[in-house]
Design a protein around this ligand. Structure first.
Ligand code: HEC
Length: 89
């Protein structure tokens, strides 16, 4: 718990300073709970990757919540997570 608190404070500090934290796609997927749905109520990441869909369109879907539950994250975070999803084999 203590570590979590420190992390939150550190993140808040960075956000306040306007520093963009480059999060890896895997981090975003973990932080946003994508796995709460995927491979459960949604398709698995492997299934999505196998379709080789248009990643820009997927980013838009997640960002705008059209045809996909809306994801509250920055454009960069969504992009990174979509790239991560499509890199699964
Ligand atoms: C509330 C449940 C839920 C959450 C949370 C969720 N998804 Fe999804 N996702 C779905 C469902 C259901 C589909 C299948 C319908 C569709 O294609 O939009 C899907 C489809 C997708 C697709 C394929 C879209 C396409 O056009 O083929 C991608 C990529 C994706 N999700 C990525 C993510 C990422 C990344 C996250 C976390 C940031 C996430 N999802 C969180 C339910 C969810």
């Amino acid at each position: 718990m203590r570590i979590l608190k420190v992390a939150v404070v550190v993140m808040a500090t960075f956000a306040g300073a306007g520093v963009v934290l480059a999060q890896s796609g895997a981090d975003v997927v973990r932080a946003k709970g994508c796995n709460n749905c995927h491979a459960k109520v949604g398709p698995s990441f492997k299934t999505i990757a196998a379709k080789k869909g248009d990643q820009a369109a997927q980013v838009a879907k997640l960002r705008d919540g059209k045809g996909h539950p809306k994801i509250k994250a920055t454009e960069e975070e969504i992009k990174a997570s979509v790239e991560y999803v499509n890199a699964q084999k």
